[in-house]
Every structure is written in structure tokens, then in C-alpha cells.
Design a protein around this ligand. Structure first.
Ligand code: ZN
Length: 253
């Protein structure tokens, strides 16, 4: 078997192992249609499936499936013979046999609590498993090759929801967590007197009550500032008289 195909099968199996408690040996619940296709395509179920799953398997069927296949007549005698080799798991129908697909639907109720992998070529049953069942791996034959189908959307969505709920705390757990936080000093007790202590009454915030300066005062300030600036900018220029001019002036006196 190709490595990529084996990886895919392992991934699917691990999904069911981690989310629905599947484990080895996996229980394969087989109906008459799968046995009929296996015989037609020379697919030896007992030899091929353990290699495909790389695991020990329990190959199973139900009383209703065996009776239904037997009743279909000589055309499916070979399939009935194959079915009878498998262990028969008791169903709820007792002596009131029902069609095989109906029996299998009853076996996978309540989130497939007995963890069956369903091996079937029955299109109607396949659609039921894809659209309405949760946590039910589907196995079918493509010619002589077994195919384990990816988990259905309904199954994946159920798993996501279940995971979210699993990590959500109920009100009692929230209370307990708060008490532990208070005990360890991480959180202050909301009911304690110190937590409820009112703020002291103080004066108003001085910043928010700052008086506005009168417009006339502002004008004065602006004027003074501008005058000061002008004064600062006004530098006294010293006029230097050259020496020969000074001498001439002295002589002229
Ligand atoms: Zn039954």
C-alpha cells in the first residue's frame, strides 16, 4: 500500500480514536451489500481489511443482516456464506427481524457508543451515515480497493462544538476559581469592606476649575510680550570712527 494512502487512513483513524474513543481491535460491522461486492471483486475481507487498517479487527454482522441476505435467494448465497463467518452482534430486534440497513442504523444510535466502523455498499445507508449519523466511520469498496471515508461534516462540526463546551466553565466552577484566586491573593474579594470602600470626598479637581483669564488681561500680556521682544531685538549700534578721522577732527578744533 502507498505510504500516502496509509497516512490518510491513520489520520482518519486517529480522528476517531481521539474524539470518539475508538481503539484497536476496531469493530467492523459488515452488511450483505459489502460481502456481495467483495465476492464480485475477489476481495478477501478477512485478508485485506487487517492489512488496510494495519490493526487487529473484529469482523461483525447482525442477525437481521444475515436473515435479510439469506432471504434474497440463490443470487446472493455466496455473500450470505461470507457473512456467516463473522461474529454476530446482538441487535434490539430479537426475532422481529428488520431490513439490514434499519438494523445497522439502530446499532449506531447514541453517537455510535459501541464504536462500529460500518462497511456497506448500500447508497441509502451511506448517505444516512454521511448526513445524519455522528462519529460513524464509513468503509466501502471501490472495485476491489477498500476506502475509509473522511469524517462527515456533521461529525467534524460536532467535535468542534464538543471541544469548545469541554473547555467552558460552569457557574460553580467560576465561583470556585474566584474563591481560589481570592485565597491566593491574586484577586480582591468583591464582598470585602476594603473593596467597597468609597472614595474620599475631596475638593474639586483644581485643573478642571482653572479660572479663565479675562480678555483684557490677555491683551495686556500679549502687548507687553511683543514690546519686550522689540526691545530685545533693538541692539545699540556702536559707530566706530577711524583714527585718521579723529585726528582731523581734533586738528579742526
Ligand atoms: Zn436487528
Amino acid at each position: 500500500m502507498k505510504i500516502s494512502r496509509q497516512k490518510k487512513i491513520n489520520k482518519i483513524l486517529n480522528f476517531y480514536i481521539n474524539n470518539f474513543g475508538f481503539h484497536s481491535p476496531f469493530q467492523i460491522l459488515i452488511d450483505g451489500t459489502y460481502c456481495y461486492a467483495a465476492l464480485k471483486n475477489q476481495h478477501n475481507i478477512q485478508e485485506v481489511l487487517p492489512k488496510y487498517f494495519l490493526s487487529e479487527l473484529k469482523l461483525l454482522t447482525t442477525p437481521c443482516v444475515v436473515i435479510e441476505t439469506e432471504n434474497l435467494g440463490p443470487k446472493v448465497t455466496g455473500a450470505a456464506i461470507i457473512l456467516k463467518k463473522f461474529a454476530v452482534h446482538k441487535c434490539i430486534h430479537g426475532a422481529n427481524y428488520v431490513p439490514g440497513s434499519k438494523c445497522i442504523k439502530s446499532m449506531i444510535k447514541e453517537l455510535n457508543k459501541n464504536r462500529y466502523v460500518i462497511a456497506t455498499q448500500d447508497r441509502e445507508l451511506q448517505d444516512y451515515i454521511r448526513n445524519q449519523a455522528i462519529g460513524v466511520p464509513l468503509l466501502y469498496l471501490h472495485k476491489k480497493t477498500p476506502v475509509l471515508e473522511n469524517p462527515s461534516n456533521a461529525t467534524v462540526e460536532h467535535t468542534k462544538l464538543h471541544k469548545t463546551q469541554r473547555f467552558q466553565l460552569n457557574p460553580n466552577e467560576v465561583n470556585l476559581l474566584t474563591q481560589l484566586k481570592v485565597k491566593s491573593g491574586i484577586q480582591q474579594d468583591e464582598n470585602s469592606a476594603s473593596f467597597r470602600k468609597k472614595r474620599k470626598k475631596g475638593g474639586p479637581n483644581p485643573l478642571s476649575c482653572k479660572k479663565k483669564k479675562k480678555v483684557t488681561d490677555c491683551k495686556k500680556i500679549i502687548k507687553n510680550n511683543s514690546e519686550n521682544k522689540i526691545k530685545k531685538n533693538r541692539k545699540r549700534k556702536r559707530v566706530r570712527i577711524p583714527d585718521h578721522v579723529k585726528q582731523e577732527l581734533l586738528q579742526s578744533k
